[in-house]
Write a protein that binds this ligand. Structure first.
Ligand code: RIB
Length: 312
């Protein structure tokens, strides 16, 4: 990479408790699952780790509980070389956790208990202002308070820093608060919650992305899982084809896409190629179990990209 991107994530960190089962219990029923995995997760942390593995310098701004998971999460960031100066441990609240249920074929259902993530406030963004002012890109998701997200989007706008907002998990949004972000990147479910337009086809994805642009978002990337990603802007929209893989666990694939996209774009690649590369990075992450632990390194990614000749 000719230019090393500097990326900040203002966002969540969770511990993921993932259960793999052929089916899930009905109310009042107890059944046996097949497999369990404990790992570091949280949409913010996952995106930070993906960005770091892809070669960026990464600053994390987050809150954790004063418990086993909190300390371990800080150590995990530090071991990867992520700047933890603005990762704070707070008393009286648990770290964020996410029980996750994965079906055969890799589809997941996630329950998030936000815990300390909910205490990340605009004052924490102010406390990290010097570090945030030195990055190229700030990345945000929806597992922290909306006031903090809106405040950080405004901080990025004022300081002319590229800003990427990933509205996950799905919540209704006010485009007036977040529309200054350079990129708005929902998946189908999130886009449907925000626009009311269900996305089952590429045509519906185009309509949905058009509605988001009309609401005031500047550039939209609608991630479509195994159908790829739709890149939409006032100049038009284009479907970026997916890379075919056999998925084991799709958890965190959206985070892999966003963290890697921020790096590819920050490194100076054209937007379309950044999306193509992020499509492959995300696809590769689905071939292994877990979230952060399923993310390929930059070297693994580049080898696969070259092997496939950069072609989906
Ligand atoms: O996107 C996957 C992530 O969602 C998991 O790591 C889980 O913690 C939830 O935040």
């Amino acid at each position: 990479m000719s230019k090393v991107p500097r990326i900040a994530v203002v966002g969540s960190a969770n511990v993921d408790l993932t259960t793999f089962s052929d089916r899930f219990p009905r109310p009042g029923e107890t059944i046996f699952g097949q497999r369990f995995d404990l790992g570091f997760g949280g949409k913010g942390a996952n995106q930070a780790v993906a960005a770091r593995l892809c070669g960026a310098e990464v600053v994390m701004v987050a809150k954790l509980g004063n418990d086993l998971f909190g300390e371990a999460t800080v150590k995990n960031f530090a071991s990867l070389g992520i700047d933890t100066t603005h990762v704070r441990i707070v008393d009286g609240v648990s770290s964020g956790v996410a029980p996750i249920f994965v079906e055969p074929g890799g589809q997941n259902r996630i329950l998030v208990v936000k815990g300390a993530n909910d205490t990340l406030k605009p004052a924490d963004v102010d406390a990290a202002a010097a570090a945030l002012g030195g990055v190229d890109t700030i990345v945000l998701q929806f597992e922290i308070p909306m006031e903090t997200i809106a405040y950080t989007v405004e901080f990025a706008r004022k300081n002319k820093i590229r800003c990427i907002v990933n509205p996950a998990p799905a919540q209704p949004v006010d485009a007036k608060q977040l529309g200054a972000a350079d990129y708005f990147i929902p998946n189908e479910t999130e886009a449907e919650v925000i626009t009311g337009i269900a996305v089952h086809s590429v045509e519906e994805a185009k309509r949905c992305a058009g509605a988001l642009l009309e609401q005031g978002f500047r550039r939209v990337i609608l991630t479509l899982g195994s159908r790829g990603a739709l890149l939409a802007s006032p100049e038009g929209s284009e479907l970026i084809a997916p890379f075919v893989v056999t998925p084991t666990d799709t958890t965190g694939a959206g985070d892999a896409f966003i963290g890697s996209f921020a790096v590819f774009l920050g490194a100076g690649l054209p937007e379309k190629e950044a999306v193509e590369r992020a499509n492959l990075y995300a696809a590769m992450s689905t071939t292994k179990v877990g979230t952060q632990k399923s993310f390929p390194t930059g070297v693994e990614f580049t080898a696969e990209w070259n092997k496939r000749g950069g072609k989906a």
